[in-house]
Design a protein. Structure first.
Length: 198
């Protein structure tokens, strides 16, 4: 059974990125995956403090706050879904705070290690990025996904998918775009399938 962890970065519980993530997660669950969803905006946590304790005496982030159980859940997952609207050309601050804290997954001296050995996480995890963008121009903000894909690849997320929706500004607008929800559902079913042995 695939273990899917979904992190909702929007402050809106029924925002467009959250609706796309819900469609994916419900489809994955129906197809047999175990799905756990966290709404980041409902948690109290701090960003990375740059203390480097995770590179010295600790194997995990030493901060004990709302992100602590989530960081452990991501450590155990097969698939990580990150859902966010685009705010000022970036992921939300809620999601960025989590991403910064994933620094703890990297081993000490990680820059000098081969790419496949930098992370404390098991290799072969799958990353899904769901991005809801109000601006209609598809050529804008295209740097978000490849930037985080590159960084999270260091941490063991060696497979990745992007679901991106443009021109959905108003809350709930994605409901009028059935093709987007259908794509999310199809990807959810695909992600729930057992991984074929190498």
């Amino acid at each position: 059974m695939k273990n899917v962890v979904c992190l909702l970065g929007s402050p809106r519980p029924k925002g467009n990125s959250a609706m796309m993530a819900q469609a994916l997660c419900q489809s994955a669950a129906v197809a047999g995956a175990q799905v756990t969803t966290f709404a980041l905006n409902s948690l109290t946590y701090r960003g990375c403090q740059g203390c480097l304790a995770c590179k010295k005496e600790a194997e995990a982030c030493v901060l004990n706050d709302g992100l602590t159980p989530m960081l452990e859940a991501v450590r155990a997952c097969d698939v990580l879904v990150l859902a966010t609207p685009v705010y000022f050309g970036e992921v939300t601050s809620q999601l960025k705070g989590f991403i910064d804290r994933t620094f703890a997954y990297l081993k000490p001296n990680y820059p000098r290690l081969p790419r496949g050995e930098r992370s404390r996480l098991a290799p072969g995890k799958t990353l899904v990025f769901i991005i809801a963008q109000g601006h209609p121009r598809e050529d804008l903000f295209t740097d978000i996904f490849p930037r985080y894909q590159y960084l999270l690849n260091w941490q063991g997320f060696t497979k990745s998918h992007l679901l991106r929706a443009c021109a959905i500004y108003d809350q709930g607008a994605v409901a009028a775009r059935p093709e987007l929800l259908a794509a999310a559902q199809a990807l959810g079913r695909e992600l729930a399938q057992p991984t074929a042995p190498d």
